[in-house]
Every structure is written in C-alpha cells, then in structure tokens.
Design a protein around this ligand. Structure first.
Ligand code: A3D
Length: 321
C-alpha cells in the first residue's frame, strides 16, 4: 500500500502537533501549509530532524504554496484564530469564516479528491461553510469536536471514579459550544453505568446526580478552562490527538463509531445541518450516522443545541458567507 498524503491547512499550535503525530505514527506523508512565511517550513524541519531519534520515515513538507497539497487523500483544516480569555467560540465567526472561505476554495482547486476534517471554530459553522464553498459530498466533510469533548468527559469520569480512562465510554453530542450534550445515561465503565458506580460510591442518588452534573458542566466549559490558563490561545494537544483518531479510522478504514460533526439528512429528526452525532468513519469518510434512543430530557437538550447551531449558521449566511 502506498503511503497516504495528508495536508494540514494552518500550521499553528494544532497544526504543528498534528504534523508531529502523523510523523510519529507514520500515518502518511504530511504537508503543513500556512500563510505565514517560513513558519511551516521551520516547524517541519524541526519535526523531520527528530526522525532518526523517533524512528519514523515519511516525507514531510512545510509550505506557503497551495500547489503542494495536490493529490492529498486527507486534508485537516486548523486555519483560523483561536479564542482568547473571555471570548466564546462564536466570537470568532467573521474572521474565521473569511479564512475558511479561502481555504475551501483552494482545497477544492488543488485537492478535489480529498476528505476534509475541519477543526477551526466555531466548528459546526466552519464545517458547513467548507462544504458549501468546496461543493464536496457531505460525507467527505466532517468536523472534529465530539471526539475531544467525549475524551474530556471520559477523563473527568475516570478521575472521579479512580478507574483507568481506557475503560470509560462516554459520548458528547450536539454542537461544539456551551449547549453540547454529554450523554450521562449512556456513560459507562466497561458496560457498568457511571450513574450506578457513583450511587455506590456516595450511597445516595441525589449526591451521585450532583457529582455527575458537576462533571457535565466541567466538560461543557473544558475548552474555556484551558483558554483561561494558557491566556494566549486555546487547547491544542488534545484537539490534534482527537483529529488523528478520526484520520486513522478513515485512512485504515477502521469503521470506528465516533462522535463527529456530520451532515444530518433527517437522522435524530434534523435535516440540513452539521451537528455532533455518532458516525461510522471509514475510507469513504462519514459512512453512516448512527441513531440512538434518547429520552425526553436528552431530546430537549439536543434540540436546543441544534437550534444554537442553526442560529449561528443563519448569522453566517446573513453576513454573506
Ligand atoms: P493558531 O495557533 O493561531 O493557528 C492558526 C493558524 O492558522 C496560524 O498559524 C495562522 O497563520 C493560520 N492561518 C490564518 N489564516 C490562514 C489562511 N487564510 N490560510 C491558512 N492558514 C491561515 O490556532 P490553533 O492551532 O490553536 O487553533 C486553530 C483553530 O482551531 C482555531 O479556530 C481554534 O478555535 C480551533 N480549535 C478547535 C477545537 C475543537 O475542538 C473544534 C479545539 C481547539 C481549537
């Protein structure tokens, strides 16, 4: 099997970590593109010079020329401003929409056969815009958010219960914003419901619920917690790792069922929007959106999360994007 070609658009904090992870895992040949002169070349040179020590052997290119992404199998887009303390993801809308428009035009021109994973915020709106401008099939454009939000939720559960995070399964659905929906009822440790384990730990249901609510709230605000500590940007290690999990499922046709921002054609009762839902990822991109039974409360939460995405997309369209 010849090596896949993966292009990263935006060589900032997330882009740099992505390039290093692709090299370390020998996931494919990587191209790191940025508009800042010499910066992607510098990062790639730095990563490439660790090849002997790390033991990887793939081609790595840093560039300011879109021509270099020609023939890419996969494109990962991180171009755009990150949040600063006090900003919401939605505050990035206008600036990042302009950037996303030019990125999508160039990916369409130079890598028309690729699958695109979008990471730039506000996530669900940026995925929508990339698909609209590129004209790519909906299943070939998807957004990374749910894998990270779910990993954050799983981490908090593992810390609370004193178990390995490897045994925690927890999913977060909905838009990538304050209205995201951590599915508490489905969260489990190797099949044992987290709520049951919390009730055993605390000996009463009310306290268990209170602890779960605190973990849900921390998950929703987890991006902001990191922004507040970093002061100069937002999370970048964990978003990069999350996109790599999606890239691996696509490149190796693993058919992993992961929560991603995928286009809905009636699933969960919604049509025409990109929203975080469980989906099977394989060599064709999003191969299937997987529905699950939601109770009334969960439906209400997902509904208001989709409404928030709808209103953001409407704002974007009103602004001419
Ligand atoms: P940062 O380190 O600023 O990198 C962004 C890069 O984009 C910079 O190097 C810019 O030079 C580059 N850039 C700007 N305009 C263009 C353009 N027109 N073409 C190509 N490159 C351009 O930010 P980051 O890497 O920390 O974050 C990147 C994006 O990801 C931001 O929008 C964040 O809000 C977002 N983000 C998303 C998540 C999710 O889970 C969805 C998590 C964390 C950050």
């Amino acid at each position: 099997m010849s090596r896949k070609k993966i292009s990263i658009i935006g060589g900032g904090q997330i882009g740099g970590v992505l390039a290093q992870l692709i090299a370390l895992r020998q996931l494919g040949d990587a191209v790191l593109f940025d508009i800042v002169e010499d910066m992607p070349q510098g990062k790639i040179l730095d990563i490439a010079e660790a090849a002997r020590v790390d033991g990887f052997d793939v081609n790595l290119v840093g560039t300011n020329k879109y021509e270099d992404i020609k023939g890419s199998d996969l494109v990962i887009v991180t171009a755009g401003l990150p949040r600063k303390p006090g900003m919401s993801r939605d505050d990035l809308l206008v600036t990042n929409a302009k950037i996303m428009q030019s990125v999508a035009e160039n990916v369409k021109k130079y890598a028309p056969g690729s699958i695109a994973i979008i990471i730039s915020n506000p996530l669900d709106a940026m995925v929508t815009l990339f698909q609209k401008v590129s004209g790519f099939d909906h299943g070939k454009v998807l957004g990374q958010a749910g894998v990270l939000d779910s990993s954050r939720f799983s981490t908090f559960i593992a810390w609370e219960l004193g178990v390995s995070v490897k045994d925690v399964n927890a999913m977060v659905l909905g838009g990538h914003g304050d209205t995201m929906v951590p599915l508490t009822r489905y969260a489990n440790v190797n099949g044992i419901p987290v709520m049951e384990l919390l009730e055993r730990k605390y000996g009463n249901a009310a306290k268990a619920k209170e602890v779960m609510t605190a973990m849900v709230d921390r998950t929703k605000m987890a991006g902001g917690e990191v922004v507040k500590l970093l002061k100069t940007g937002s999370a970048f290690y964990s978003p990069a790792s999350s996109a790599i999990a999606m890239a691996e499922s696509i490149i190796y046709d693993e058919k992993r069922l992961l929560p991603v921002s995928a286009f809905l054609k009636g699933e969960f009762g919604f049509k025409g929007y990109y929203v975080g839902v469980p989906a099977v990822l394989g060599s064709a991109g999003v191969e299937k959106v997987v529905e699950l039974t939601l109770d009334d409360e969960e439906k209400k939460l997902l509904d208001s999360s989709v409404k928030a995405v709808e209103s953001l997309v409407a704002d974007m369209e009103r602004l001419g994007f």
